[in-house]
Structure formats: structure tokens, C-alpha cells
Design a protein around this ligand. Structure first.
Ligand code: ADE
Ligand code: ZN
Length: 325
């Protein structure tokens, strides 16, 4: 089944063997972030963020990001992904220096173009600031985003520790990105409750919410999301691996879907959470008895909510139609 993925962190999708190999090449010791089996090891979400940043520390050049992009897109294509939007952070790509960022972006785009020619998978970028790095750094990130906004960089967002600061602290950055024509999304309702989702929607005026699942704790908000047509980038395997919900059946995506909220499915940081898009689909089918029709609805929701241009959407729509004919 062809799949669309709207929520994937490029560094978070790095296979551990890829990061280990790069660390060995560069003689950087990050052995503490792996377990005996060679997988990423972390205790909780906040430890995950540290491990993520340690893994990312070995990605030090545009060519490293080109190799990473190729490795990630190979995995995505193997899961049947035909369109993907990935989060990119100028924080990790040249320390928010605009000249350096342009070089990283050029390398990532070249690798993405090559993957599209080879496997047909289409990638677009959403620049994301990191909440716990603070509003000042987010402004520099937003400037990088505004300066490189266009047909490939299609959106702006915020990730990181949802408990650090408030969405309105990042207002300048989101206004800057919006004025540059970028579409907006924000991580919310993952570690924060319904008010965190409300703040992201009302203060930052984003059109999509990354995760958003904890909206389920307030059914008035759930109805509002359904009425407004706000799209949630739901990452069930991520939420379960990080302990927000104990099981697939306990995950609120089923209830949100049943209540008319526009949900989509993504992997977030797949190797960290031992998941793939194929696994997400399989587990959801098992947990909620979802049939092919539901997954087709998810794909169409993702296509409508994608930040790419209409020509790209037409290409993807044709692939979906051919698969579901
Ligand atoms: N960065 C990478 N994965 C994330 C997540 N699940 N939540 C917030 N920030 C992230
Ligand atoms: Zn995320």
C-alpha cells in the first residue's frame, strides 16, 4: 500500500549502524548511546532528546547529510512511502549560519532528487526550530527558513521539549516563516495536555499539529479540531515507545478518527522507536480492525494536508489512484 508520511525527523531516522559507522570514521566516542544489540539506548523522552543530540553530533558536513538522506529514503521507500515531509534543523546543519545552511540544504536536496529518480519517492523539507534551545535561536532558524523557502522547503515548525517555554515565545519566528510563504506545524499535545494544543493553534496559528493526541483529554477540543479540520500528524509507535500510552489499543488515534478528527500516521524517529511505516500500519490494523478503506482515507487526508505544491500533489494523487483502482 502506498504511504504518505508527514512527520519524520531526518536525524531521528538515522539507522544506529549508520551513526556508529560515522562515529568510527571520525573517531568520536558516542558508544554510550547504544545498547548491547547496537540499538539506541535511552531512559525516557528527555534522555531520548540527549541521545538524539549526541547521535546528531557525528553529522558534521553536508556530505554526511547527503549520505543520511539516502539511507533514510531507502528505508522509507522499502515501507512503500511515496511522499515524505521531513523535519530539518539548521541548528544541526551548520549552527544556524545561513551560508552553511544553504550548503547542507543543497546536499540534502541532491540526495533527495537522486532517490526520487531511483525509487520514485518524493521528499520535501520542513525547517524546525528546537523549543528547548530557546526563542533567540529559533529566530535565527526562522531566518534560515525564510531565506530558503520555496518549492522544496515548504514548511516551518517547532520540535523539542514541549515543557520548555510557551508557544507564544516563538511568535516572531512563526510570523517570519508565515510571511515567507511557509506552511506551519507545531509539536504539541505529546508531553503537554489540551491547553498546549490550544496555545499552538491560537498563538502560532499553525494548520497542522505534530502528535496532538493528548487533545483526547478534552472532548470539547476534539470537536473543535474536527470542525476546524486541523490535521494531526499522529505517531502512535513513537508515543507507545516513549510510554505516553501503554498499548496500541490504548492509543487515542482510534477515538480521534471515530470522532471525525483528520488524522495521519507517521513514524517520528523510526529506529529510536523500533518502527517503520509498514509496522505502524500493521499494528493499527490489528488494534483497531482498520481495513484498506481507512488507510486510503489516511493517505487522502495526508495528501490534502501536505505542504507541497499542487503539481507535486497531482503526481502523488495519480500514484494513489493507480494503487487503489
Ligand atoms: N524531536 C525528535 N522527536 C521528537 C518528539 N517525539 N517530540 C519532540 N521533539 C522531537
Ligand atoms: Zn516529532
Amino acid at each position: 500500500m502506498p504511504k504518505l508520511e508527514l512527520h519524520l525527523h531526518l536525524e531521528g531516522a538515522a539507522p544506529p549502524a549508520f551513526i556508529r559507522g560515522l562515529a568510527q570514521e571520525k573517531k568520536i566516542d558516542i558508544s554510550g548511546i547504544f545498547d548491547e544489540a547496537g540499538n539506541y539506548r535511552y531512559k525516557d523522552f528527555w534522555d531520548f532528546l540527549k541521545v538524539y543530540e549526541a547521535a546528531t553530533s557525528v553529522l558534521t558536513s553536508p556530505s554526511d547529510y547527503a549520505r543520511l538522506t539516502r539511507a533514510v529514503l531507502e528505508e522509507s521507500a522499502a515501507s512503500g512511502v511515496i511522499y515524505s515531509e521531513c523535519f530539518l534543523s539548521p541548528d544541526f546543519c551548520g549552527g544556524r549560519d545561513l551560508g552553511a545552511w544553504r550548503e547542507y540544504l543543497h546536499a540534502i536536496r541532491e540526495a533527495a532528487d537522486q532517490a526520487e529518480r531511483q525509487d520514485g519517492i518524493i521528499l520535501r523539507g520542513i525547517i524546525t526550530c528546537i523549543r528547548h534551545f530557546g526563542p533567540e535561536k529559533a529566530r535565527e532558524t526562522a531566518v534560515c527558513a525564510a531565506e530558503t523557502a520555496g518549492d522544496w522547503i515548504v514548511g516551518f515548525g517547532i520540535a523539542g521539549d514541549e515543557k520548555a517555554g510557551k508557544p507564544r515565545d516563538f511568535l516572531w519566528s512563526f510570523d517570519c516563516a508565515r510571511e515567507a510563504g511557509l506552511r506551519l506545524t507545531a509539536h504539541a499535545g505529546e508531553w503537554g495536555g489540551p491547553d498546549s494544543v490550544r496555545d499552538a493553534l491560537n498563538d502560532l496559528r499553525v494548520e497542522r499539529i505534530g502528535h496532538g493526541v493528548r487533545a483526547i483529554e478534552d472532548l470539547v477540543l476534539v470537536d473543535e479540531l474536527a470542525e476546524r479540520g486541523t490535521v494531526l500528524e499522529v505517531c502512535p509507535g513513537s508515543n507507545i515507545a516513549l510510554g505516553i500510552y501503554p498499548t496500541w489499543r490504548a492509543h487515542p488515534i482510534g477515538q480521534l478518527y471515530d470522532r471525525g478528527v483528520k488524522v495521519t500516521v507517521s513514524t517520528d524517529d523510526p529506529p529510536f522507536f523500533h518502527t517503520t511505516m509498514t509496522r505502524e500500519y500493521d499494528r493499527l490494523a490489528d488494534a483497531f480492525d482498520w481495513d484498506a478503506g481507512v488507510f486510503e482515507t489516511l493517505s487522502r487526508t495526508a495528501l490534502d494536508a501536505a505542504f507541497c505544491d499542487s503539481k507535486t500533489k497531482t503526481t502523488i494523487a495519480k500514484k494513489l489512484e493507480a494503487a487503489h483502482a
